[in-house]
Design a protein around this ligand. Sequence first.
Ligand SMILES: [Zn+2]
Ligand SMILES: [Zn+2]
Length: 254
Amino acid sequence: MSSAEELSPSEPDIEDDDLCPICRQLLHRPVVTECSHTLCELCMAEWADVSVTSQMTIVPLNEQPENFVASNLQAKCPMCRTLTSAQRSVEVEDRVKRRYPDVYKQREEEAVSDGAGQDFSVETLTIYIGNTVEPPENPDDENALFNWNFFVNVSDTSVINEVEILLHETFKIPRLVRRQAPYSVRRLGWGTFIIRANVVLKSGYSWISSDATDTRFAKRVSLPLEWELCFAGEGSQARCRLKIKNERRLLRSG
Ligand SMILES: [Zn+2]
Ligand SMILES: [Zn+2]
């Protein structure tokens, strides 16, 4: 038996391999990224930036949002900025539990006790952006008008403050603000163009994405999206899976 073990300090020194590089504490519910970084599940969820352009996927118009886990989402690794996803590692979890049972228990207790050492939570959100379209009655007429409906659908509208919609500048009213769902606009037009939409969260929430922008009041609350109108078939939509940080718990406790 070595002399170091005989001393058995109450706070055991944790080996570098067992420390999370983000929070510098014992790994808690460790996840391993494709770029071979190991960190806590919550640290991955909070610090791995989601890039909107890499998330935008064209999906069928009738797709319904599905639940997903924030740490599994493809995002930029907080350690090396590679686009990656992460998986829970039972192997690493067993190792740190075995080596530091007391410290791990403490980490587990901190994570479940409301507010202790953690003043936010990470939530997931799915956004659909797209348009439906009705073809003109006489498609051979080159001045024929398409009846289109642009929309932004969100899996949880309770976190949304407003959606600002910016149409082509030639429209009589190019800027519209929707404070309630449906966040949409219907117009008649003969040509396609790019519509911009800013999805603004309620106070206490922020996007975990470097694409998000600040407002006068809060950081990273507005997420700019772009959509090119589609007049083919019945229209089209893209899905974006995103993460938001909820700090309302702080606001409530004052
Ligand atoms: Zn951590
Ligand atoms: Zn990495």
